[in-house]
Design a binder for this molecule. Sequence first.
Ligand code: SAM
Ligand code: DTB
Ligand code: SF4
Length: 340
Amino acid sequence: MNRPQPTIRHDWSTDEILALHNLPLLELVGHANAVHSRHHDRNAVQKASLLSIKTGGCPEDCAYCPQSAHHREVKLTRDKLMDPAGVLALAKRARDAGAERFCMGAAWRQVRDGREFDAVLTMVRGVRALGMEACVTLGMLKQHHAAQLAEAGLTAYNHNLDTSPEFYGEIITTRTYADRLETLAIVRSFGIDLCCGGIIGMGESRRDRASMLQVLATMAPHPESVPINALVPVEGTPLADRPRIDPLDLVRMVATARIVMPASTVRLSAGRSALNREAQILCLLAGANSVFYGDTLLTTPNAGIGEDGALFAALAPLTESDEHDPLRQPSSELVTAAAS
Ligand code: SAM
Ligand code: DTB
Ligand code: SF4
């Protein structure tokens, strides 16, 4: 007998999403966890690896981004596009360390035809030949670029909304929300998966967070991948002094994304290094099912592979022989609290 398929809605309103987001925390996380286990293997957490293949000097003015050429105080060297052989050696290393997906980011406003784009196509083919999913984030693109990326076997294109349509103008002035939606539509029309999410902690309201999720959750189909980033405040950017968010805000955002986009991969992305092991596990319980794995994100530090060893060890089943495994020791805060 066929089991009824859980419904996936595309008609969410911002008010409905905000009401979910503001539920009592335990009710929200419980609801999200129930949705999660209906649509996904509850023990599966995909490891994705991230590499900046072209760093710095970007003409866009995204207020959060250390790679923008507008933020002259940021201490970041500008690099040329990496060569495909070097990129593929790092992809292989990431695969051997357990990554299933390799995401390559370039600080470009848009894709341009020529030698550099051809090199990116070579990287995509190479990553796919290693048996990994390949994702790129290259800024805006035209139809013929999407066609070439699809032909090279690209799994997904990352292009974030970043925030709500209402708050967007406070963060970026050099391209519009409509530009972003147009890029997403082009990518989608060539059968490439969408990786599209945003950032919390930039000064937006709760309604802005719900409003961004409303734009994502009314896309049909939903983006296959939804990265939820917490702002990493970088010295020299206009958002350098933003206070760190409460980790439970990230839990609420992840849980709400999970409920409104039940089948998507929700990625616990930037900002994870500021969370302890237990806060990360709460995010996973609330429906996140992927993390970026590796010591750096694009230009900023990530939770280190060592810390992630402890995270993944904590998620694994207990065995008779691991009772005294140091990776299973509780996190330092708990030890300190217990000793005092
Ligand atoms: N230039 C491309 C673009 O913007 O489409 C790709 C690279 S961009 C760095 C990819 C995403 O990383 C951004 O859209 C943003 O959501 C996220 N990001 C960048 N800097 C961040 C920061 N300081 N904290 C959190 N997320 C950040
Ligand atoms: C996404 O949403 N987050 C990742 C990935 N997509 C490309 C990037 C996070 C970048 C954080 C800042 C940095 O390291 O430069
Ligand atoms: Fe450029 Fe992307 Fe950074 Fe914006 S987020 S400044 S487009 S690299």
